[in-house]
Design a protein around this ligand. Sequence first.
Ligand code: YSA
Length: 337
Amino acid sequence: MTSSATEDSISSIKAEALERLSAATDQDSLERWRVEFMGRKGRLTGILRNLGSLAPEERREAGAAANRLKGELEAAFEAQSALNKRAASSAPTDAIDVTLPGRKTRPGRLHPSTQMIREMLAAFNEMGFQTVEGNEVELERYNFDMLNIPADHPARDMQDTIWINRERVGADGGILMRTQTSPMQPRTMEQQDPPVRIVSPGKCFRIEATDATHEWQFHQVEGLAVDEGLSFADLKGTLYEFARRIFGADRKVRFRCDFFPFVEPGVDMSIDWNGRWVEILGAGMVHPQVLRNVGYDPEKYTGFAFGVGPERVAMLKYGIEDIRHFFNNDLRFLSQF
Ligand code: YSA
């Protein structure tokens, strides 16, 4: 063979090898390609072997061309091999075997606070209270002023407030994250004449040093009843019945005097927890000034109101020792409910 014949066959091998390589898209055909062109008895190897039959001058040129092709084919082989591997790993596999038995699914569930709130609302609904919803972002006017808590009242210190806008603007005052669900009392009474019987659930926010029974975000369920002739006996009867429905008839319940500027008299209610009293709600007879603020006649109407903390109720009902579990998003806790 002459040098120019060798170079012709090098370039025709190159063209054919590269064309065939691009079609070798799986590892089997790629291996066949390697054996055909670069194997011990392959076509390029054959040319390299024949170089010895050429004259020394021709051998140098043809040898250089054959070695260049060898390098090019090796690089092209590696590139195609990597391409095939990537394609194989991202290709959809036939993993679905419809004959396999089904696996257990883990359905989601309602947050324990939501479950507790729903149970509490159901108890009050059955006693004739209608559910209304309120705003988490509230006006100072409803959260404090209308509830007989003016700007300089010390009772504000008990509900250290997260303000959206601290500045008072007209009668609405500032804007805040509500510290209690009680603003739903004046909001409801402004909208309707007595008789009123509502419960209003929702989230509240306070700057709290958190501990086992205090969170900075928690829920409350507010209750309000206004009518002619309502008395403290109605308040006690309603809240005793609520406790009976949630905790059963045997659980001990305690009322104590408490102070809230929007009631007179005021009380709180606690539930026995292994010999210790845990407060679950504040309550009282609606203050005549609150009735006047919404245009009700306190000589004609009386009312009672309460605010219950569902997380505290759930703690007592299910023996949860720390309120901070509710908002830690730990599935080991949440999936128990
Ligand atoms: C009082 C009289 C009424 O006529 C109507 C409502 C009220 C309750 C009043 N608005 C209030 O917020 N009182 S309170 O500060 O004592 O909270 C009431 C209940 O909410 C508590 O008994 C507790 O169950 C829950 N709570 C209060 N702060 C909490 C909390 N729960 C968790 N973390 C906190 N930081």
